[in-house]
Design a protein around this ligand. Structure first.
Ligand code: GTR
Length: 427
């Protein structure tokens, strides 16, 4: 009976996306592997102090992720150019201030730009801590508020939801609102800021001709080198530019920014938080392969599959590890370790087997020794918690009922996690 039910569930899940059916979903078929130890240097030396981690091992791991996985990104442009295009101090029925701010990504006011939508709670005693995340469908899709500017950037077509001729239309307002608990966040005293990821780099492979990349080519360069940024790194770089802006907005507490993302944008929030220590908290929602999930498990989506379906996401060098995960000098637990000792939350969904929930949990577990070396309580669990039973220490984790998505259950946990870590700070 139990077996029959399990098999039925597995078939239903695979039918949800038939192209995923040929991949491994059998725990017994996960290959045997040895993970690189985050606390042993490339020269084989054991890391025994926080200082040795900060000065030697962390930079070593960061450089490996830059050169082998996501690609190196350029430095921030000199002098941030921003333009506030909207302010309403009585937004969301009077409880929030809405701002829309254009950030010019090359520091020139005729260059590429991204628009940040921000809701700041009016009921607050000082600058507001903020959740910052990229969105998939345009800022206007996160809430039905008619004053949000409709993105003018390229979008994927989806006529049913109001995306036609690669442009967003009025019909698409609020199309993603179930994933953005804007009112709940504001009611709890947090600001929420979001940017359409397509403002930074449209999400299709065109050999890096559009988006931000060409603006940083040197000389006759026509595409990034094998160790230079792919799209995930570019999106992450855009998140850091939003943080640059927060540093000059007195309504935002830029020392308490939680960077959040779902799926490919969860991979992006992890890389943003790993590379930019100004992010005080990092949240990965169902980030899967190339995000929180351990690549060596090859459970669900694999390195080869992701590099084939999405050749623009990672750097050229990452393709060396197609079907050769063991050859990669890093695995994704080391990405989590790069965030230490800052709080990180990894969230999985039970039906999201493509993203390998167990592999996502194990990354947190295997990053735990680094978190402990740095004086925190780490993950505080030695096995995967039950469904819908979050564990929240300096590393947070949950696997919730349901599919690949961002739900109010997820946001409820993130708000609790932020209260725990941000409110205890002297604010
Ligand atoms: C899938 C991809 C995943 C995940 C997802 C998403 O097609 O295989 O890695 O990123 O897209 O971003 O929704």
């Amino acid at each position: 009976m139990t077996l029959r039910l399990t098999l039925t569930a597995a078939v239903v899940l695979l039918m949800a996306n038939p192209s995923h059916a040929q991949f491994n979903y059998d725990e017994a078929k996960v290959p045997k592997f040895t993970l690189p130890d985050p606390l042993v240097t490339s020269a084989g030396e054991k890391v025994i102090s926080a200082e040795q981690w900060a000065k030697q091992r962390r930079p070593e791991i960061l450089e490996l992720f830059e050169s082998q996985v996501y690609g190196r990104s350029p430095a921030a442009p000199k002098g941030l150019v921003v333009k506030q295009t909207d302010i309403d101090t009585k937004a969301l029925g009077g409880k929030a201030t809405r701002k829309q701010v254009t950030v010019y990504l090359t520091g020139e006011n005729d260059g590429p730009q991204m628009s940040i939508l921000i809701y700041i709670p009016n009921n607050r005693s000082g600058p507001a801590p903020v959740f910052l995340g990229l969105n998939f469908l345009g800022n206007h899709a996160v809430h039905a508020d008619p004053a949000i500017h409709i993105t003018k950037s390229w979008t994927r077509n989806d006529p049913k939801r109001g995306y036609v001729d690669n442009k967003a239309t009025e019909k698409s307002r609020g199309a993603a609102s179930s994933r953005w608990a804007v009112d709940m966040i504001v009611d709890r005293g947090y600001a929420i800021a979001t940017i359409y990821y397509g403002d930074i780099d449209p999400d299709f492979h065109d050999g890096f001709k559009n988006g931000i990349h060409p603006h940083f080519y040197v000389g006759k360069q026509t595409e990034p080198k094998a160790d230079e940024w792919g799209s995930i790194a570019a999106w992450s770089w855009g998140l850091s530019r939003a943080l640059d802006y927060f540093q000059q907005d007195d309504d935002i507490d830029h020392k308490h920014v939680a960077v959040i993302g779902h799926s490919r944008l969860g991979k992006t929030s992890l890389w943003a938080g790993a590379g930019d220590p100004r992010f005080a908290m990092v949240i990965s929602n169902n980030s899967g392969c190339g995000g929180a999930a351990l690549s060596r498990r090859a459970f669900g989506e694999t390195v080869k599959r992701i590099n084939t379906s999405f050749p623009h996401w990672f750097c050229g060098n990452y393709k060396k590890y197609n079907d050769k995960e063991d050859d990669c000098p890093v695995d994704q637990h080391m990405l989590i370790a790069l965030i230490a000792p800052r709080p990180v939350y990894i969230a999985s969904a039970h039906e999201d087997r493509w993203a390998d929930p167990r592999g996502e949990f194990l990354s947190g577990l295997y990053a735990d020794p680094v978190y402990r070396l740095l004086g925190t309580d780490g993950i505080g669990a030695d096995k995967m918690p039950e469904i819908d039973k979050p564990v929240q220490n300096t590393i947070g984790y949950h696997i919730r009922t349901g599919k690949h998505d961002v739900t109010d259950f997820d946001w409820t946990q993130y708000l609790k996690f932020a209260d725990k870590h941000f409110r205890k700070a002297s604010r």
